[in-house]
Design a protein around this ligand. Structure first.
Ligand code: SF4
Length: 309
C-alpha cells in the first residue's frame, strides 16, 4: 500500500487472522480486543454504505476492535490497491482504478456523521498518477474541513517521490497534521519499503516542517534494527523539528511478508519514548500495539496547541 512505508499501514495482523498465520505465538503484552460492541458494527456498516476503504481493515490492524468501538478509524483514500510493494504491508499491490471523484464527498459525509474531534486519513501510494494523488488529497481535505470545521485532521501521506510541489498541493489545503512514516531505520529501509528512500522521506518531512506544518512520523520495531540506530533516527527527527513520533511493534501479516526479527519488550518502548522526549520530540507514543493512528483521536488538543506555536 501506499506505504512507502506510509503506514499508514503499518498494521500487520495478529496470529490467527490470516490464511497462513506465523507459527510464533505472540507474547502476553500483544493482545487484540475482539470486536463485539454495537459501535464497532455500526461503524463497519457505515463504511460499507459509503463505499469507503479503511487502513484498519485493509492492513488487518490488530487494534480494530478497540479503535472502532471508540469510533476511531483511519479512512484510506485513492482506492484499496497500492502501486508499491512494501514488504511489511498487508494492502494489496497492483494496478489501481482511476481515483473516484465522488470519494472526497463520501469521506466528508462519513466524518460529518461521526462528529469526531480528530481523525486520520491515509491513502494507498499512487505512483501511477502524475501528481501521485495530490489533487485528490487536497479536494478530500477541503471537503472534510467544510463538513467538520471543529475537527482536527491528520493526513498520513506518501513521499510524492520527493516532489515538494505535489506535497505543497496537500499542504495548501491546510491539514492540521502532516504525517509521513519512515517505518524503519535507514539500514533496513530498502528491504522494508522497497520503492521508498530515507533521503526522500526526510526531504518531505523537512519541507512540511519548514512550511510550518505540524509533522509526524512513525517507526516499527522488531525488524532487526538496533537501539543505537533507532536513537540516531530519533535525534535526526528532533533536528528536523518533527513534533510527533510513534513507535510500535512490527507483526508479520503472513509468511509471505518480511519475517519478524523479535518482539520488543514494553520496557524498551518506554526507554525509547524517554530518549525521544529527551531529544526534543514534543509528543511520543510508544508501545507494542502503537500504530501511527493509534489513539490519535485523543490528540486534538495537542494538535491545536502545536498549531498555535
Ligand atoms: S490503530 Fe489506526 S489503523 Fe489500527 S484500528 Fe486503530 S485507527 Fe485503524
Amino acid at each position: 500500500m501506499a506505504t512507502d512505508g506510509n503506514s499508514r499501514v503499518h498494521l500487520p495482523v495478529l496470529e490467527g487472522n490470516t490464511a497462513e498465520p506465523p507459527r510464533r505465538r505472540h507474547p502476553p503484552w500483544i493482545k487484540a480486543t475482539l470486536p463485539t460492541k454495537p459501535a464497532y458494527f455500526e461503524l463497519r456498516a457505515m463504511v460499507k454504505e459509503l463505499q469507503l476503504h479503511t487502513v484498519c481493515e485493509s492492513a488487518s490492524c490488530p487494534n480494530i476492535g478497540e479503535c472502532w468501538t471508540r469510533r476511531a478509524l483511519t479512512i484510506m483514500i485513492l482506492g484499496d490497491i497500492c502501486t508499491r510493494s512494501c514488504r511489511f504491508c498487508d494492502v494489496t499491490t497492483g494496478r489501481p482504478l482511476p481515483p473516484d471523484p465522488d470519494e472526497p464527498r463520501r469521506v466528508a459525509e462519513m466524518l460529518g456523521r461521526l462528529q469526531l474531534e480528530h481523525t486520520v486519513i491515509t491513502c494507498v501510494d499512487r505512483d501511477d498518477l502524475p501528481d501521485f494523488g495530490a489533487a485528490h488529497w487536497a479536494e478530500t481535505i477541503r471537503r472534510v474541513k467544510e463538513a467538520c470545521p471543529a475537527m482536527t485532521l491528520e493526513v498520513l501521506v506518501g513521499d510524492f517521490k520527493g516532489n515538494t510541489d505535489h506535497a505543497d498541493v496537500v499542504l495548501d489545503a491546510d491539514p492540521d497534521v502532516f504525517a509521513h512514516n519512515l517505518e524503519t531505520v535507514p539500514r533496513l529501509s530498502r528491504q522494508v519499503r522497497v520503492q521508498a528512500s530515507y533521503p526522500r522521506s526526510y526531504k518531505i518531512l523537512e519541507h512540511a516542517r519548514r512550511r510550518g506544518a505540524v509533522t509526524k512520523t512513525g517507526l516499527m520495531l522488531g525488524l532487526g534494527e538496533t537501539r543505537d540506530e533507532v536513537v540516531a533516527v530519533l535525534h535526526e527527527l528532533a533536528g528536523l523539528g518533527v513534533e510527533i513520533v510513534t513507535l510500535g511493534q512490527y507483526l508479520a501479516p503472513s509468511k509471505q511478508h518480511l519475517p519478524l526479527d523479535r518482539y520488543v519488550h514494553p520496557d524498551e518502548f518506554a526507554d525509547l519514548e524517554q530518549v525521544a522526549r529527551d531529544a526534543g520530540i514534543v509528543h511520543v507514543v510508544s508501545g507494542p500495539l502503537v500504530r501511527s493512528s493509534y489513539h490519535a483521536d485523543g490528540q486534538a488538543a495537542l494538535v491545536r496547541s502545536l498549531r498555535k506555536r
